[in-house]
Design a binder for this molecule. Structure first.
Ligand code: FMN
Length: 315
């Protein structure tokens, strides 16, 4: 549905979900939306992904947890969160009223925990779907990260698929040698969409003390510095799977978002940009609308995967 007559439609479909525009707030950078509700109407976003949630509350990593880097930031929050029960009691009453789809980002330390989360969230009114963060150590497999091995991705996603009938998007980690078999494993196991990229593992050092700047030693790099990597991975994954791809990593402007869509993303997520400008998401929606109007593109979907590449590359 067009918000105004003669305006190009920004509506997109993600599996069973219809979003009024492709701009989604990324997990961990938008809290539970409450802090932003006074700044702009949250319903202007395509969807909101909530902060990573686990079965039990999680204290997170020791401080400092954030460090600035050129064109980005390192974070080692450690997936601090209130836990499922407190989320349902304390955060859902607000989220039920936001009038845009809410996706809950979940993680677990075992396959069983992931499945339990997925099952319990399915019954909750006001949740449109789940984003599964698989960038978590699998305790039963000796701490190996789920996301880095196609076989364990297949196992965990299969278990989650059996536990929930609601929309399920699997969030992929860029900290792997080849992301395409991982995306294919998620698709094969029944994911409705994949989202990428999560942060890249980095390190920052104080030369005077020779200590790491972060309490956790390493942290996840996000922001404009990672955009070329995100674009490359979205381009690769979108050619390897049939399910929709949601792109993110360093999106600050409408042009960044459009680049992701041309690379193959059906929708995009905006993360770190909210820290510099709480209205970043809103501005990106408006900028996409303006781009379509100026360039007389009636349908946003025609941009998805429209990257023009010469078939014969020179040496
Ligand atoms: C402070 C912070 C906290 C984050 N927390 C989560 C989280 O809980 N779960 C998750 O899947 N991703 C989390 N992310 C990753 C973002 O959702 C996103 O994948 C990443 O930051 C890349 O996008 P950006 O460059 O637009 O920030 C977090 C990122 C930041 C900066």
């Amino acid at each position: 549905m067009n918000p105004k007559k003669d305006e190009p439609s920004l509506e997109i479909k993600l599996g069973s979900l219809t979003l009024k525009n492709p701009v989604i707030a990324a997990s961990g950078t938008f809290g539970y939306g409450e802090e932003y509700a006074d700044i702009f109407p949250l319903r202007s976003l395509g969807a909101i992904v909530t902060k990573g949630l686990s079965l039990e509350p999680c204290k997170g990593n020791p401080p400092p947890r954030l460090a600035e880097t050129p064109a980005g930031m390192l974070n080692a929050i450690g997936l601090e969160n209130v836990g499922l029960e407190n989320f349902l009691r304390g955060k859902m009453p607000f989220l039920r009223k936001v009038r845009c789809p809410v996706l809950v980002n979940i993680f677990g330390r075992t396959i069983e925990e992931y499945a339990e989360m997925a099952r319990r969230l399915t019954e909750v009114e006001g949740i449109s779907g789940q984003e599964v963060n698989i960038s978590c150590p699998n305790l039963k497999a000796g701490g190996a990260i789920f996301a880095s091995d196609a076989k364990s991705v297949f196992q965990v996603v299969t278990k989650i698929r059996r536990a929930t009938s609601s929309f399920m998007m699997v969030k992929l980690s860029p900290n792997v040698a080849d992301i395409t078999p991982i995306a294919q494993a998620a698709e094969e196991a029944g994911a409705d969409a994949v989202s990428l990229i999560n942060t890249l593992i980095g390190l920052a050092i104080d030369v005077r003390t020779r200590a790491p700047l972060l309490g956790n030693i390493t942290g996840g790099l996000s922001g404009p510095a990672i955009k070329p990597i995100g674009l490359r991975m979205v381009w690769q994954v979108s050619q390897a799977v049939r399910i929709p791809v949601v792109g993110m990593g360093g999106i600050v402007t409408a042009e960044d978002a459009l680049e992701y869509m041309i690379a193959g993303a059906t929708a995009v997520q905006v993360g770190s940009a909210f820290f510099a400008d709480p209205k970043a998401g809103l501005k990106i929606v408006d900028g996409i609308q303006d781009f379509l109007k100026t360039n007389e593109i009636p349908n946003l979907n025609s941009l998805v995967g429209s990257l023009k590449v010469k078939t014969e590359l020179s040496g």
